[in-house]
Each structure stands twice: as structure tokens, then as C-alpha cells.
Design a protein around this ligand. Structure first.
Ligand code: KIV
Length: 272
């Protein structure tokens, strides 16, 4: 197991790019609060994304659309306080950047100023070019996100694999090249054929972070609660469960409930 030590230097966007250049895979995860972010950071994760998946995972919404910029900033503040080494990236939520590039910059500045995070992530390609340019020109690092972009679920109508067809694959390649040429330090590719992700990774300088995009990406990302087995109802093919925390929580809590009911807790030693 990789563990955090004081000697491991802080991860910056520059270090992410260097990792790609030397072929070192980049391990990324989401986190939404101080306690989990601290553990995820101590375990050696390179990049922590305060994803708008917080809308589903933390708030119980069906999609990522309802979460607000204020809510994202609150989650991001907790994560930043818990992290010493990983690069912290925050999703700009739906409705906080699609209107125009000025609104996008205002949202990105709020995230950076109020949370202390180090980069923002936006979903989309050519359609949001101006917003990305404006954010980058303010000195804010940007991570792109192509393929399955959950903020557009109402347009897609399904969470199935994207870019299987030639036309969509071609558009994704062009969008990735554009994000790369603008200066995005990383691009998340979600749920696309492995061959396509590997091809993009080999063509661009930005670090390609895959989720359901195969082993040819420069790094991988998963939603923390999914990979720790805390979300029984979600089991896509790409998701590996690395622990069964959900079961451990249920067992621990039911043990506690039983002990309270049976007046086994607190014991004589556990009171003043
Ligand atoms: O919001 C999120 O968690 C994400 C990851 C799935 C990449 O965007």
C-alpha cells in the first residue's frame, strides 16, 4: 500500500504533466469532505476531484444537475483542509459556466478564492472553448471532460458508452486536441472505447484521466464511494470494488444499535 509521507512533494499541475511524460500512471479519486479527503490523500492519491457527483453521492439526487456552486464550494473547502499532497480539482457545476465565458470565469474565481482548490474541471469541447480560454487566461488551471458528460444526460438520454460511432469519436478527438492546444493540463475521458482513449492519450500532451476508458489512459479516476463498496445500486463494468466499507458500516452500526438496546453500551469503563 502506498502511504503519504512528509517527504512526498505536493502534486501540482506541472507534476501531473511530468508523470504523463515519464509514463507514471496517475491515481485519481473523488472526495467531498475533510475526513475522507484526508484518508484518500494519506493513501497516496495524486489528484482528488471534488466532483459534481457529490450531487448523487452526498445529496441523493438522481443526476448531477441540481448541485449548486455554493454547495460545491462548501464541499471543496472541507476537502482542501484535509489534503496535504494531492492536487485538488473542483467541478464547475451545471449552470455555472454554460451561459457565457464571463460567468464561467466568475464561477472559477469563486471556487479558487473561497475553497483554496488548485484547478477546475468543466464538461464539454468546442461549445465551451471561450469559457476555457478565459479561465486559463486568469491563471486558473483547467481539466477538461469529454465522452460521457453527465451534465448533458438530458441530451444523451442514457448513460451508455459514448463515441462508439465514427462521427462522435472524430468529434471527441478534435475536442481533445483543442483542449490540449488551449493548455488544459488534463482531460477526463468518461465511458468511451479503450482504443479511442489510448489513441487520444498518445496524441495530446495533457494527461488523459480515464473512467471506464481502459488502461491506455495516463491515469484513472473512480468515485470514492463506488470503489469502496458504499453504493450497492451501481455496478457498471468498469467499476472495481476495492473494499466493502458499506458492509463494514452496516455491521458496525447494527452492533452499536444492539449494544445500546441491550444496555451493553456504555459499560462501566466507558462512563465517568
Ligand atoms: O463528478 C465526478 O465525479 C466526475 C468523475 C466521474 C470524473 O466527473
Amino acid at each position: 500500500m502506498s502511504t503519504y509521507t512528509e517527504t512526498k512533494p505536493k502534486v501540482t499541475t506541472r507534476r501531473i504533466l511530468e508523470m504523463k511524460q515519464r509514463g507514471e500512471k496517475i491515481a485519481c479519486l473523488t472526495a467531498y469532505d475533510y475526513t475522507m479527503a484526508r484518508l484518500v490523500d494519506e493513501a497516496g492519491t495524486d489528484l482528488i476531484l471534488v466532483g459534481d457527483s457529490a450531487s448523487n453521492v452526498m445529496l441523493g439526487n438522481f443526476t448531477t444537475l441540481p448541485i449548486t456552486l455554493d454547495e460545491m464550494i462548501t464541499y471543496a473547502k472541507g476537502v482542501v483542509r484535509g489534503v496535504k499532497r494531492a492536487l485538488v480539482v473542483v467541478d464547475l457545476p451545471f449552470g455555472s459556466y454554460q451561459g457565457n465565458s464571463k460567468e464561467a470565469l466568475t464561477s472559477a474565481i469563486r471556487v479558487m478564492k473561497e475553497s483554496g482548490a488548485e484547478a477546475v474541471k468543466l464538461e464539454g469541447g468546442a461549445e465551451i472553448r471561450e469559457s476555457i480560454e478565459r479561465i486559463l487566461s486568469a491563471g486558473i488551471p483547467v481539466c477538461g471532460h469529454l465522452g460521457l458528460t453527465p451534465q448533458s444526460i438530458n441530451k444523451f438520454g442514457t448513460y451508455t458508452v459514448r463515441a462508439r460511432q465514427e462521427a462522435e469519436a472524430q468529434k471527441l478527438i478534435e475536442d481533445a486536441r483543442m483542449l490540449d492546444s488551449l493548455g488544459c493540463f488534463a482531460i477526463v475521458l468518461e465511458k468511451i472505447p479503450a482504443e479511442l482513449a489510448a489513441r487520444v492519450a498518445s496524441e495530446v500532451s495533457a494527461a488523459i484521466i480515464g473512467i471506464g476508458a481502459g488502461s491506455g489512459a495516463d491515469g484513472q479516476i473512480l468515485v470514492l464511494q463506488d470503489m469502496l463498496g458504499m453504493n450497492d445500486g451501481f455496478s457498471p463494468k468498469f467499476l472495481r470494488r476495492f473494499a466493502d466499507i458499506g458492509d463494514a458500516i452496516r455491521r458496525g452500526v447494527s452492533h452499536y444499535v444492539e449494544d445500546v438496546k441491550n444496555i451493553d453500551f456504555p459499560s462501566a469503563e466507558e462512563q465517568y
